[in-house]
Design a protein around this ligand. Sequence first.
Ligand SMILES: C[S@@+](CC[C@H](N)C(=O)[O-])C[C@H]1O[C@@H](n2cnc3c(N)ncnc32)[C@H](O)[C@@H]1O
Length: 228
Amino acid sequence: MSTALCDPRLGSAASLVRQGAVFADIGTDHAYLPLFLLESGRITRALCTDITDGPLASARAHASGSPVRSRMEFIKTDGLDGLSSRGLTDIAICGMGGELIADILSRAPFVRDANIRLILQPMTRQEHLRRYLAREGFAITDECYSESDGKYYLTLAAHFTGEVRELTVEQATVGLVPVPPSCVAYRGYLMRKRQALSRAVEGKRRGGEDVSEPSAALLAIEHILNNG
Ligand SMILES: C[S@@+](CC[C@H](N)C(=O)[O-])C[C@H]1O[C@@H](n2cnc3c(N)ncnc32)[C@H](O)[C@@H]1O
């Protein structure tokens, strides 16, 4: 039985990791995700990486009492630097901004491999990340929404196909993978996004700026919320 902490946010990332994966958690911090995956038997080994010492120390401390500690490796590195030869099949990058996640992927050509699954949880700029993935030839195969402590989260699964796409504002905003509109976390996520976009439209209008992009995004959200 797993003793690792795994709230719905990390649970949705865990659900996208494949059984038996050669797994890395980039920006692991507390290492809750790899601990959960190891203790639940989903994976057998995990690379836990972070760019700074403090979070890595926290990861080691959390792992110290666990029976799976010997199957965890802790690496200090920036993004995916130095991990190309590790035979990774599933890579999680959670709890970072969408731009930073895109930047990390852009500096790691080895992830352009159809056999590698990316599990990405952007805290901000989700549209930017969707656009980056589509433009760089990655297909988004799953989109999961979750709620933890009153906040809503999106988690994507993607892999490289080489097929390049330019997403519309609507696709970048609400995604390409159909989610049942009855999904409570999806509706909550869209409602929060609607609030933020409404504020952005107001601000831009006051500043005499073009509001066509955020207005199109708002319409796409309204359409889903009203037809769900
Ligand atoms: C908010 S925490 C998220 C922790 C965990 N992944 C989660 O989702 O709960 C972000 C972590 O990413 C790490 N980080 C930020 N930039 C990074 C980079 N370029 N490479 C690796 N880790 C990074 C930070 O040090 C921090 O520990």
